[in-house]
Unconditional design. Structure first.
Length: 521
């Protein structure tokens, strides 16, 4: 396995060069992005240790070059370090073994914040534990990026957390005023972030605000290593790096900007279904064109959170909010690209004429672009309620071979809400018998009263599930009994049958598929 090291710096000079030199023995290539705030003369220190120096114009956020840098890596793995992070001796020693594990996609490392000097680090929340995904497979199918503040790298697939530090030196390199300015800049970019009960940016970058912060000693060998990096002299040796320039447009093409002004696109309908069944869930294929400036990542957790949404409107133009569904992209879209996307739709539960609109949406921000729409007739769903044990229900299921559009709804004492199998709804037993007095006279009187209430109304809330299930069916098939107490079950069946007939639902007292087919055709 091969390792690429990527680093971004605005300083260049001896310290970043020393950080990268400490990794030279385990890195197959080192790529450094130097922004144009750095003194060009300071790049000379990087030339003996880096393989490529890439100069770019700085633009917020600071992580903007990351996706482009990641795509430049030729190694199997990439280690991302900043110019104020010093890889520990323990991490450097472990890197070959970590990269040799082909069962993993990413590692999160411990970031330890040095303060007030190189001999100690902050050893309580929020500084510890502070995990950061920094060692990553260079597979763009599994690693994505985000412009969320402090959340630039998004990982997929299996990974591990390893207690191998990156020593973060910002609090001992940058004066208080410089860190305060950074706090204010980050707070403007993403206000309101909290950690450990405190404002996140203040909590991390201004440890002076915590007079009683807990400190832990840096091991002697690590302290010596850190101090050697911090006091490093200008690098010596022949230059090995090539220097090149990358344009803002090239960087921005891969950067996932959440700015609403950067989002634009259009849709093409690739199919036009004319009818759906009430409550049906299916996909409608569209082709999505990214005509804006932002790259759109794949998957439900990609950022910016741009999706393809489906919305339904009734004949009066009212939107049905409970039918709205948002579908992620199956693959990344770069500006100028187009992809086929199956858009999830959920039809209304009430039959009728509707308009379905598909459009681009930035989650929690806005719908944008021009929606595409089509008129759809929603047909009634054909459902049959079935009462009986497992064997009886399995026999009744044979009618699906002749009428596959039917859906069986099994009535049971305790419906199973877990996915899989036929949908289930309550029968009458829990409503009739649960909580009834133990004595015979009181029990019979309670069951009789509860049975009568179902006939005269209003519907008790404890029987609402049964009533709703029967109202949505076109036949009640009584295929047998389901339980040991035959006397109670027969009473319960009679109550369910009377209720079905009062709701206009016919009853078939047979589990014979042929008889049921005759009744349903």
């Amino acid at each position: 396995m091969t390792l690429s090291v990527i680093c971004r710096t605005a300083a260049a000079g001896p310290r970043p060069a020393a950080i990268l030199a400490s990794l030279r023995s385990v890195a197959d290539e080192i790529i450094v992005a130097v922004d144009d705030r750095a003194d060009p003369a300071a790049r000379a220190d990087l030339e003996p240790v880096a393989d490529r120096i890439v100069v770019h114009a700085y633009a917020d956020p600071v992580d903007r070059p990351l996706p482009w840098l990641f795509g430049q890596c030729r190694g199997d793995w990439a280690l991302a370090v900043d110019d104020d992070e010093i890889p520990s001796l323990a991490l450097i020693e472990a890197l070959p073994a970590l990269c040799a594990d082909d069962s993993l996609v990413h590692y999160s490392l411990q970031v330890r914040w040095l303060y007030p000097d190189a001999s100690t680090y902050l050893d309580e929340a929020p500084w510890q534990p502070h995990w950061a995904a920094r060692l990553l497979r260079t597979d763009t199918r599994l690693i994505r990026f985000s412009d969320d503040v402090h959340r630039a790298i998004l990982t997929s697939g299996p990974g591990r957390y390893v207690d191998l530090p990156l020593w973060h030196a910002d609090a001992i390199l940058r004066p208080f005023e410089g860190r305060l300015e950074k706090v204010r800049r980050y707070e403007r970019a993403r206000p309101g972030l909290r950690v450990a009960g405190r404002a996140l940016n203040v909590a991390f970058y201004l440890p002076e605000a915590r007079a009683d912060a807990v400190l832990a000693p840096v091991p002697d060998d690590e302290r010596e290593h850190i101090e050697a990096v911090l006091r490093a002299a200008p690098a010596a040796g022949p230059p090995r790096a090539t220097t090149e320039t990358v344009s803002p447009a090239e960087l921005d093409r891969l950067w996932p900007m959440s700015d609403p002004g950067a989002q634009d696109g259009r849709l093409e309908l690739l199919e036009r279904p004319a009818t759906l069944v009430a409550g049906e869930e299916r996909a409608v294929a569209v082709r999505v064109h990214d005509t804006g400036r932002a790259a759109w990542p794949w998957g439900p957790d990609g950022a910016p959170e741009v999706r393809v949404g489906s919305r339904w409107y009734d004949a009066a133009g009212r939107e049905l909010r409970d039918c709205e569904v948002h579908s992620p992209f199956p693959a990344p879209l770069l500006p100028g690209d187009a992809e086929i996307v199956p858009v999830h739709v959920r039809s209304p539960g009430t039959p009728g004429a509707y308009r379905l609109e598909l459009g681009l949406v930035q989650q929690h921000v806005r719908w944008f672009g021009e929606a595409v729409g089509l008129e759809i007739v929603v047909r009634p769903q054909r459902r049959v309620a079935v009462v009986g044990d497992d064997e009886a229900v399995a026999a009744v299921a044979g009618i699906l071979e002749e009428i596959p559009e039917l859906e069986l709804v099994r009535l049971r004492r305790s419906p199973d809400s877990r996915p899989g199998g036929y949908p289930e709804a309550p029968d009458a037993r829990a409503y009739l018998f649960d909580g009834a007095p133990a004595g015979r006279i009181g029990f019979v009187a309670t069951v009789l009263w509860r049975s009568l209430r179902l006939r005269v109304g209003p519907t008790p809330s404890s029987a609402g599930g049964l009533v709703a299930a029967l109202r949505g069916t076109e036949l009640l098939a009584v295929a047998g009994l389901d339980g040991p107490d035959q006397r109670r079950e027969r009473w319960s069946l009679r109550v369910v049958e009377r209720l079905a007939r009062s709701l206009g639902v016919p009853v078939a007292r047979s589990g014979d598929p042929a008889e049921l087919l005759r009744r349903l055709r």
